[in-house]
Write a protein that binds this ligand. Sequence first.
Ligand code: AMP
Ligand code: MG
Length: 506
Amino acid sequence: METIIRKIDRENPGQEVLEEAGKILLNGGLVAFPTETVYGLGANALDEQAAEKTYAAKGRPSDNPLIVHIAEFTALKDIAEEIPREAEILAEKFWPGPLTMIFKKTELVPRGTTGGLDTVAVRMPSDKVALALIRAGGGYVSAPSANTSGRPSPTAAEHVEEDLGGKIEMILDAGRVDIGVESTIVDMTVQPPVILRPGAVTREMLEEAVGPVEVDKALISEDSKEPPKAPGMKYRHYAPKAELLILEGTTEECVKAIRQIAYEQERLGYRVGIIASEETFAFYTVGNIKNIGSRENEKTVAQNLYRVLREFDEEGVDYIYSEAFPEGGIGTAVMNRLGKAAGHHVLQAEVITRLQKYRTIVFVSNSDNCRAPIAAALLRRQPLLQEYDICSRGMVVLFSEPLNPRAEEILKEHGIVLKGYETLPLEAELMKEDALVLTMEDSQRDKIRNEYPETGHVYTLAEFVGGEEEIPSVYGQTPEQYENMYGLIEDYVKKLAKKLNEEAKS
Ligand code: AMP
Ligand code: MG
């Protein structure tokens, strides 16, 4: 089947296209269309065969009911048997919008549409194209997300085309959707109402309108014995092809943990994707890093979530590591979907970070313009099993200088260029629990231990690797002595790498 793709203006949907699309629906065909949440796969909700086609196109298990989309409140009365007062209040407040309510169904709704259930899920979307299409298509349009079952929901028409091109009659393309995660589903057949799927309409918003609202237990605890009340929530939906792991904890811990695992997995030859935020993006060093949105504005994260997962699929990464995002507002929905995409594979960042004893390695010399930067440059070139921030500092640096020209020369002879290097003083902020501070001389070590008595890991490079001699300053001395100094540092640094790697393995 050839899928017709029609661009349509969200604010001013053209009548002709809508009529064409409406006819397809009235004739039992399938039309994908934008809603404010995600793209939906539309079919005539009162036509059992159209429902069958929907399940076939999506590859969706047929016990997973479809949501019926309406454009006027009065339409609800024809498909819902009992409409409690709370539902009227919620409809008044949140329709049109990202809220789906479940009612006892009337005879009018075929069981094909409701996955064999006696209940029907109903929503009135706010997108103008969606509303106009529902009217053109007879007033009752079933519309699950327009993706292949098991893939991330589509937030742009291209995603629909990827999954369903050639399998459906038409796609209406109005660009990116607004919200990016599916509607909130609330079961109105029970008292108090129960949230079966979190979305942009939050529990707080619902409770403010109608009083207490509960949350399906299966959503709260992942190992709940009871199956989720929305049949669709039991599937490993929204799944990317790569294995996805979520890291929980403070933002700083999460970044550390992700950097650590990403580094190790890349070393083993895997392709790693990282779901980062605007705030943390710049802190990552390896992997295919994607900025999903701002931690301060969870809406932006919701908007980009599925697109980012799809991109990782296309790019063929093996592992995806994601920071956990703040709950609250639509953050609850984001974490619900991310959790499902990860198959609830969540780890405390701290479990990972505490596996690594040292995280920062600081080499210290007098002025940070020769011995220390050489040591740092050489360690960076060693094959290290774990990732470290490797840097150098000086005991006395009153103002920044470039590298000593002799040091620059000798590094160059060994094929190393430190572009734009500037010396820096040793400062308290570097002296953390997980820092390993390595000095050139005994006197430097003693001075630092005096000044930072609470810092546990301060040694001379020589003593840390079991070497005999300090590394002396060769300032103003012969090229031969520079070469000897370089050779000594190189020898110690190789031993250091070996020691760090052995520690990493143990
Ligand atoms: P989707 O259309 O892809 O957003 O999925 C629709 C979701 O609504 C699925 O998780 C369904 O299981 C759920 N749903 C639809 N109808 C009902 C119903 N009558 N009772 C409970 N859940 C429903
Ligand atoms: Mg879906």
